[in-house]
Design a protein around this ligand. Structure first.
Ligand code: SF4
Ligand code: SF4
Length: 432
């Protein structure tokens, strides 16, 4: 820089620019266009840094004010929520009464549609030979192409996905062959998530069913042609109808009929999720008209702050019990009723016991239970547990893995699963 810079006393402030005694000597000392530009740039930098400090100051002020205001804001929010709920309460009660009336009319108003080319269920693999000594539920992985609001994994998929063991069919078969050598043939119920989303699943299913009978619990989002290479004597399906994702019940029933026509036993189940209740009788009728008697399962879980099935209203309870117990069957011809009872008998007595337990649960703690010995739950991480509530049996992938040697008392207050309570003393597969 050329020229003499005027002396300044103290740090620069913007106000100095309005003092001729400060400004004029500095303007006179400008030696070139470059010098002028560099001084203007310095001034701009000064202003920007001042603005930045002001912004930080303002932010700090806002944060401090926000902290002081938060309790008031929380209180105001709580007040507004309770005022809102007080205003809405009569409307909710009115809507509740209307829904109760509507659900109450569902049973007397139920009309059966005429049958359209019904396809009876072929005998399930379990009815085609002696019952195996061991039954396993295998949660093969934590992934699904749906995300049902009542799914156990809803909102938690990411939490579990990283812990799943993912092996190719040949590696799984090495572990299953070792299991079969030790325990003989097993009945394996594969669930997930959705098993058909597992890589190379049809191949794994085909290999697994050479020494075992296998049932796949599926949402049937796949084309039934994918079952083409499987043996209906060894493989059966339990198709869960999830109306929000799967589309109309008629289309779903059409897929079930295709599997049945190919020789595969295929049962259908529907969860009695509270928002679906008004539409449930219509769905049941759509299945019945194709010769499919669906199993309606009472919903277990939370919805709008209520714990179900306890939180069902009286009309909901009546409707769910009527649907679960097949009360609608009396509206159908004798041939449909006989078909339904033959199919239930072919699937065994466990279904009735489990359904009645769910409608009227009893305390299971302390009762001898065969879960752990005759039944186990193979988790997606390779652990075998006694039942859905826990009870470590061992790691299925370890070379010395084996089921427990005997029945043991149930350590849980109640049983959480209709398919597992059948192993408690008094159940169809419980210790004698
Ligand atoms: S289809 Fe089954 S596994 Fe998939 S989200 Fe629905 S309930 Fe869960
Ligand atoms: S009664 Fe149910 S909860 Fe208890 S151990 Fe048996 S399967 Fe598990």
């Amino acid at each position: 820089m050329t020229g003499t810079k005027p002396e300044t006393n103290g740090p620069f402030r913007l106000g100095l620019l309005f003092r001729p005694s400060y400004l004029l000597p500095r303007l006179r000392s400008i030696s070139s266009a470059g010098d002028a530009f560099s001084r203007a740039a310095g001034l701009a930098r000064y202003c920007c840094s001042g603005l930045g400090s002001a912004a930080y100051g303002l932010r700090g002020y806002c944060l401090r004010a926000g902290r002081r205001l938060k309790p008031c804001a929380d209180e105001a929010r709580a007040l507004s929520a309770s005022a809102r709920s007080a205003v809405l309460a009569p409307f909710r009660r009115l809507a509740g009464l209307r829904r109760e009336r509507e659900l109450g009319r569902a049973v007397p108003g139920f009309r059966a549609s005429p049958e359209r080319a019904p396809v009876p269920d072929p005998p399930p693999p379990s009815a085609r030979g002696p019952r195996p000594d061991v039954t396993l539920s295998w949660n093969i992985h934590v992934a699904c192409n749906y995300d049902c609001p009542y799914c156990w994994f809803h909102g938690r998929w990411g939490e579990f996905a990283g812990r799943a063991v993912s092996l190719p069919p040949e590696e799984w078969m090495a572990h299953w062959d070792r299991f079969n050598d030790r325990h003989g043939k097993a009945e394996i119920h594969i669930a997930g998530g959705e098993p058909f989303v597992y890589p190379r699943f049809p191949e794994l299913l085909s290999r697994l069913s050479r020494r075992n009978t296998v049932y796949v619990i599926t949402n049937l989002a796949w084309d039934p042609a994918a079952a083409g290479g499987l043996d209906p004597e060894k493989v059966g399906f339990s198709a869960s109808y999830h109306c929000a994702a799967a589309g109309p019940a008629e289309a779903f029933a059409g897929k079930v009929c295709r599997l049945r026509s190919a020789g595969f036993s295929t049962a259908v189940s529907i969860v009695a999720y509270p928002p679906y209740l008004p539409g449930l009788p219509g769905m049941v009728d759509a299945f019945m008209s194709r010769g499919i008697n669906p199993v309606v399962q009472p919903f277990r879980g939370e919805w709008r702050g209520g714990r179900y099935p306890e939180a069902y209203s009286p009309a909901e309870k009546r409707l769910v019990a009527w649907l679960s117990r097949g009360g609608y069957l009396s509206a159908y011809p004798e041939s449909a009723r006989r078909r339904a009872s033959d199919e239930a008998a072919a699937r065994g007595g466990g279904e009735d016991f489990g359904r009645e337990y769910l409608l009227a649960p009893f305390r299971t703690r302390g009762l001898p239970c065969a879960a752990g010995r005759d039944y186990g739950r193979l988790q997606f991480n390779g652990d075998m547990i006694r039942c859905s509530q826990g009870g470590y049996v061992g790691n299925f992938l370890e070379p010395d893995f084996g089921m427990s040697p005997g029945a043991r008392p149930c350590p849980f207050r109640t049983c959480e699963c209709v398919n597992e309570v059948v192993y408690v003393k008094g159940g169809p597969y419980g210790p004698r």
